[in-house]
Ligand binder design. Structure first.
Ligand code: G3H
Ligand code: ZN
Length: 280
């Protein structure tokens, strides 16, 4: 079923567990992730980044139609989220196409500009029933210009109060697109933010975080856990293997099917790691 992000995040928060938000680049990702959610009996947030939409020529309508259809046919609750939108226009378009939530990512902007953009997006989002995520501090790994500044608890509390945002991405040591899982998280900082901020917290760059640390972060108050690179590594590894084993291959289904299967397996792992309890 097509679920609202607000409901999945709210239920996870109420139950003291997490909800996995897994990134989709192409159809096989979405199919693999939804199959995994059904297999392990957990809800899932399918998220598509502004970058991934750009890869598809910015055609939000086509991607949204495919994901809505997959979600509504699924036995598991599946929500749709726009990830890392740098502009407000795309957030609007995504909500109009049936996404239940979006992240307005103005974390690279100075505080006042981040606040103004986020507040505007949150106000519009709430008028249209969307759950809105923003970021304060700057999770690394999005390019050389990223400061990697950590989130300050008092500033985060003021930011959430003044923007009305529903979820906050925090910079506590993770970094995007890490292939090695060697990130260390500042769990005392997370505890301080959790204490100061009333809304659900989001961990970005979770691929680089070891499993036990992800579990510790959820226990310490992270609710939405974003994973992308680990799924891509699994998919690409399986495709590479299939191509190497049969250099004469021409039919893409012969290597995309193992790629999709690898996504399903990896997604199932993260779904059970992040969400305790079935379909909550
Ligand atoms: O927003 C998406 C995530 O933060 C994914 O990061 O590719 O490092 O897992 P990752
Ligand atoms: Zn991210």
């Amino acid at each position: 079923t097509l679920a609202a992000t607000a409901d999945l995040v709210g239920a996870a928060r109420a139950n003291g567990t997490g909800v996995a938000a897994l990134n989709v680049i192409q159809l096989e990702h979405a199919q693999g992730i939804v199959a995994a959610a059904e297999q392990v009996g957990r809800p899932v947030i399918l998220q598509v980044s502004e970058n991934a939409l750009r890869y598809h020529g910015g055609d939000v309508a086509t991607i949204a139609a495919a994901l809505r259809s997959l979600a509504s046919r699924s036995a598991a609750p599946v929500a749709l989220h726009l990830d890392h939108a740098t502009g407000f226009a795309l957030c609007r378009e995504a909500v109009e196409e049936g996404f239940g939530s979006f992240m307005i990512d103005a974390s690279a902007e100075p505080y006042d500009r981040n606040l103004a953009l986020t507040a505007e997006a949150a106000a519009w989002g709430h008028e249209h029933g969307a759950w809105v995520e923003a970021e304060l501090g700057e999770v690394g790994g999005k390019g050389a210009h990223v400061s990697g500044a950590r989130t300050d608890p008092a500033e985060a509390a003021a930011f959430v109060r003044d923007t009305g945002v529903d979820g906050l991405a925090v910079a506590i040591g993770s970094s995007h697109a890490m292939v090695d899982r060697t990130a260390t998280l500042d769990l005392p900082l997370l505890a301080g933010i959790r204490e100061a901020v009333p809304v659900p917290l989001v961990l970005h760059g979770s691929s680089g975080v070891p499993d036990d640390t992800i579990a510790a972060a959820v226990a310490a108050g992270i609710t939405k856990v974003n994973v992308s690179t680990q799924l891509n590594a699994a998919m690409t590894g399986a495709i590479r293997e299939a191509l190497a084993a049969a250099p004469e291959l021409v039919d893409p289904r012969k290597y995309l099917a193992p790629g999709r299967d690898a996504v399903r397996e990896r997604a199932a792992h993260f779904l059970t790691l992040i969400s305790k309890g079935p379909l909550t």
